[in-house]
Design a protein around this ligand. Structure first.
Ligand code: C2E
Ligand code: MG
Ligand code: MG
Ligand code: MG
Length: 281
């Protein structure tokens, strides 16, 4: 028992737990409120096609600007939303808003939306996605859903069947943060996946560590032979971009390509990108 360890220990322990719980309770109520008022917005990070040199699509990333706390990171509030079940209305809001935004983008520009494993396990996900696409007038081929490798490895046959159902509708599936879980090669051939997103932890060391360079090029080459696309995440320098391209990654994402953008800036970038290509042609 904490008490038996002495008063000092007990107090520190109790205070730490108390403030974490308070922050958590407070944030939960705030999150509920923000959701009701739709005070949560999306930003869009470009993904560049390395062969064509053009913007292939955008990943929608959720942002919560809290009046008192400032920017609360999704790394903090998504797990909280998952624990409290708020991820279901939040995830639906994100999906519907992102699909509506992407419907106005020119051409076949892809929209990637992150999916929580809680959403994957919820009843009627495929129907919800279908409805969001129809309501927005977005073709299913333009939507990609990202699920982390760690999450996907824990999923049941039922959850994998939902992903196959989504794929049958034309939606593609990306394995996010690849390399941080423990995928066996067997998984790569059996999981319903169209793209591998190589985790930033490998990409950020691709210029400084030969072992990370070997991982990136091996994953890219394996993916190519399995017919999967590869995105290098977290590309921050020109050298990293050159190296992930040389390693055979098909796409790159990261601050060197662009930081996540407000919707208006994303659309402006897309127009500029297409105009440049029309000039070059
Ligand atoms: P993720 O899906 O792997 O998203 C990439 C994260 O890396 C984003 O952080 C992005 O801003 C950041 N990033 C992009 N390029 C760079 C770079 O060059 N350097 C560095 N240091 N970071 C870079 P963000 O937006 O804070 O999101 C963190 C995580 O939160 C996401 O990781 C995703 O797992 C989760 N998340 C974000 N939005 C959503 C959402 O709408 N739904 C769900 N379920 N999860 C989300
Ligand atoms: Mg992602
Ligand atoms: Mg990722
Ligand atoms: Mg990540």
């Amino acid at each position: 028992r904490a008490k038996a360890r002495g008063r000092g220990t007990f107090c520190r322990y109790d205070q730490a737990m108390g403030s974490a719980a308070l922050r958590r309770l407070g944030l939960e109520a705030e999150l509920r409120d923000a959701l009701a008022r739709e005070q949560i917005r999306l930003v869009y990070q470009p993904v560049r096609d390395l062969a064509a040199g053009r913007v292939a699509g955008f990943e929608a990333l959720v942002r919560w600007s809290h009046p008192g706390l400032g920017q609360v990171s999704p790394a903090e509030f998504i797990p909280l939303a998952e624990e409290t079940g708020l991820i279901l209305p939040l995830g639906e809001l994100i999906l519907r808003n992102a699909c509506a935004a992407a419907a106005d983008w020119p051409g076949a520009t892809r929209l990637a939306v992150n999916l929580s494993p809680v959403q994957l396990r919820s009843a009627g996900l495929a129907a919800l996605v279908g409805d969001a696409l129809r309501a927005a007038g977005l073709h299913p081929r333009r939507l990609e859903l990202e699920i982390t490798e760690t999450a996907l490895l824990q999923e049941s046959e039922e959850a994998l069947a939902v992903l196959r159902e989504l794929q049958a509708m034309g939606v593609s599936i990306a394995l996010d943060d690849f390399g941080t879980g423990f995928s066996s090669l067997r998984h790569l051939t059996s999981l319903p996946v169209d793209r591998i997103k190589i985790d930033r932890s490998f990409v950020s060391e691709v210029g400084s560590r030969a072992d990370c360079r070997a991982v990136v090029s091996s994953v890219a080459s394996l993916a190519r032979q399995l017919g999967l696309a590869t995105t290098a995440e977290g590309v921050e320098t020109a050298e990293q971009l050159r190296l992930v391209q040389a390693a055979g990654c098909t796409e790159a994402q990261g601050y060197f390509v662009s930081k996540p953008l407000a919707l208006g800036d994303a659309v402006a970038l897309l127009r500029q990108d297409r105009a440049q290509r029309a000039d070059a042609a």
